[in-house]
Design a binder for this molecule. Structure first.
Ligand code: ARE
Length: 585
């Protein structure tokens, strides 16, 4: 038994309230070490014959990586309190008890030695808006989606798609363009739109805000924006906006005042200035986003800055009924600010969605009092590197995805914002070396995964593009240049996600078979309503996969529609980079 590998803490993904009556507990052990793990638990105050009234519950192995096994269980404590420890039995039958005070050879008699989950409070339970679970998102970079009103074109606007995107050029995308294309999005099955920044700014990407209370005139006026929100709502689509609160733009009035008045500026405390006079080179002597001098960092700890930004957060929800915010560079803004931000936003619209842009482990922001989700870049990393770029092997892929799934509580995972790419990365088609079969596997995986998927505009018709700014090309509206087969496939997946029980969010995901030699993966999605088995061949050769796990079961293949009865031993052969999905009866 490798005791060093045993890990649990009574917090985060290891011990949390899943809902108002349920606790989830998780423990990590060395892969293959334990034969059985049981939870010993009870109310700390409940005794029988003056002895602690404890119960024993077998934990389930919820995932396995090359290093670790993860064990989980669910408890509904009658009095909302829990005292607990673990009984671990290894492959040789050796038993140990693991509690807060360490390892014991017999069940400790001192209750204070055990782990404690003091009280399950509903208010402390992570909850996100229910509608998010069923949403399929679509990310729009407003300058590049559709030009619906040429009168708004800024100076030097180029003809749509007439040049490759650069950091400076403009093509005139606007709100009217989006409104005109809502049929397109509805046909695809989209139910949520994430709009990159729309407030008055200098650049084409608008991350350098000039005025947070104004819409950028190149996108339209307030009336057109309202029309866009209403049109979306009428079609059952939600809309979230990008909040760039970590920094402002160079032309933001308070920063201009600082440049003019230096130390005398009444906005001095709005920024983090090291020393005066202000310097831009070799690196700015004031805090910025990266070292970008045109993006001065805002001091969100300052009371005036805070109240200004919270006014902004409130205004767009209250006056325009937007459905939430995506928070730019969310991890570089203080937690105290985000806690207040959440209270303000949710007090106006309890169902608003708060999505942070964080590329790394985000547990500190996902405890229930800050964000509802973060952009799931770890998911993108694993999926892209396995299916598209093919730089990691099947074990590295399944290890990473298993890790992603065990990085957060289940109720957090159910709201994860699962992306494959974005306006900050190369597009999937380019990453996949223009191989459509790889993209099909990618989309299948994304759209059958736990959490809510987000498509980056144009990916669904096969648009290409390297890193920023290449990934921001004008949406291809010429049907002859769109990949219609890919569009139809994505549309079909979205429909399946909505209609087939267990395909979508409310089902548990688990890898069942991993074959490094064949480069194949089998995983299941399962809940009370359904059971699906996905078989993916990620190799460029025909592969024959043993599916004896389906022995004796009747199953329908979802894409081919044929029903098979699996005999005692069953194999299927898949084409290179192909898949099958069985709905088990
Ligand atoms: C421009 C040029 C770039 C150039 C850059 C630096 O286009 O080619 O490299 O300047 O001078 C916005 C614009 C960008 C612009 C940038 C600066 O959209 O086009 O780049 O402003 O002017 C980190 C942050 C993350 C951030 C990414 C880009 O943590 O928050 O970097 N993403 C948001 C938005 C961006 C936006 C900004 C922030 C600024 O989504 O679009 O950029 O408002 C690792 C790290 C991550 C890191 C990631 C990417 O994985 O762990 O932390 O993200 O790489 O670098």
């Amino acid at each position: 038994m490798l005791k060093e590998a045993i890990y649990h803490r009574p917090s985060n993904q290891y011990a949390y309230s899943y809902d108002q009556e349920t606790l989830h507990l998780m423990i990590q052990t060395k892969q293959g070490d334990m034969d059985q793990v049981e939870l010993i638990y009870g109310d700390p105050n409940e005794t029988v014959d003056k002895r602690w009234n404890y119960h024993i519950l077998a934990m389930e192995k919820s995932g396995r990586t090359t290093m670790f096994d993860y064990w989980k269980c669910t408890v509904k404590p009658k009095y909302r309190r829990l005292r607990y420890g673990f009984r671990l039995t290894d492959q040789d039958g050796q038993v140990t008890f693991y509690v807060e005070r360490g390892f014991y050879s017999a069940l400790p008699t001192d209750l204070n030695a055990y782990f404690s989950f003091p009280y399950l409070h509903t208010i402390d339970t992570f909850t996100a808006p229910r509608w998010v679970k069923d949403t399929v998102w679509y990310q729009i970079f407003p300058e590049r989606f559709a030009n619906g009103d040429a009168n708004l074109n800024p100076l030097n606007t180029l003809a749509w798609g007439s040049a490759p995107p650069t950091p400076e050029n403009m093509f005139g995308g606007d709100f009217q363009g989006i409104i005109n294309q809502l049929d397109y999005l509805e046909t695809l099955g989209i139910t949520g739109i994430y709009l990159c920044p729309i407030f008055k700014a200098h650049s084409n990407h608008k991350y350098d805000t000039i005025d947070y209370m104004k819409i950028d005139p190149q996108f339209g006026d307030e009336q057109t924006f309202r029309k866009l929100i209403e049109a979306c709502h009428n079609r059952g689509m939600r809309v979230i906006l990008d909040a760039v609160f970590n920094h402002c733009g160079y032309y933001f009035e308070p920063f201009q005042d600082l440049l003019t008045n230096g130390e005398e500026s009444k906005y001095k405390e709005w920024f983090y200035v090291g020393e005066f006079p202000i310097r831009f080179t070799p690196i700015p002597n004031y805090a910025t986003f990266g070292f970008v001098s045109t993006m001065p960092k805002l001091n969100t700890g300052n009371i005036e800055v805070k109240s200004y930004l919270l006014k902004v957060a409130r205004y767009w929800v209250e006056a325009f009924d937007i459905d939430g915010w995506r928070l730019d560079v969310a991890n570089e803004v203080d937690h105290a600010f985000w806690r207040e931000f959440r209270l303000v936003v949710k007090s106006i619209k309890p169902e608003a969605y708060i999505l942070g842009e964080i590329w790394h482990d985000s547990m500190p922001w996902l405890q229930g009092e800050q964000f509802d989700a973060v952009m799931n870049y770890p998911f993108a990393y694993a999926s892209i590197n396995f299916f598209a770029k093919r730089t990691i092997n099947v074990f590295e892929f399944t290890d990473y995805i298993t890790q992603v799934l065990h990085m957060y509580p289940d109720n957090v995972n159910e709201y994860a914002f699962n992306i494959l790419d974005s306006h900050d990365t190369a597009r999937i088609m380019t990453l996949a070396d223009n191989k459509i079969d790889r993209i099909r596997l990618l989309y299948l995986f994304q759209l059958s995964f736990v959490g809510t998927p987000c498509l980056y505009y144009g990916d669904e018709i096969g648009m290409r593009g390297g890193n920023d700014p290449e990934c921001r090309a004008c949406m291809e509206w010429d049907q002859a240049k769109q990949n219609g087969d890919l569009f139809a496939f994505v549309k079909q997946l979205i429909q399946m996600r909505k209609e087939i029980p267990a395909f979508g969010n409310d089902a548990r995901f688990k890898f069942l078979q991993i074959d490094q030699l064949l480069n194949t993966v089998v995983y299941e999605k399962k809940n009370e309503k359904g059971h699906l088995i996905f078989v993916l061949n990620n190799s460029e050769e025909f592969q024959t996969i043993d599916l004896s796990l389906l022995a004796g079961k009747q199953a329908t293949e979802l894409f081919g529609r044929e029903t098979s009865v699996f005999s005692s031993k069953t194999e299927i052969t898949l084409n290179p980079l192909d898949f099958k999905c069985f709905q088990v009866k």
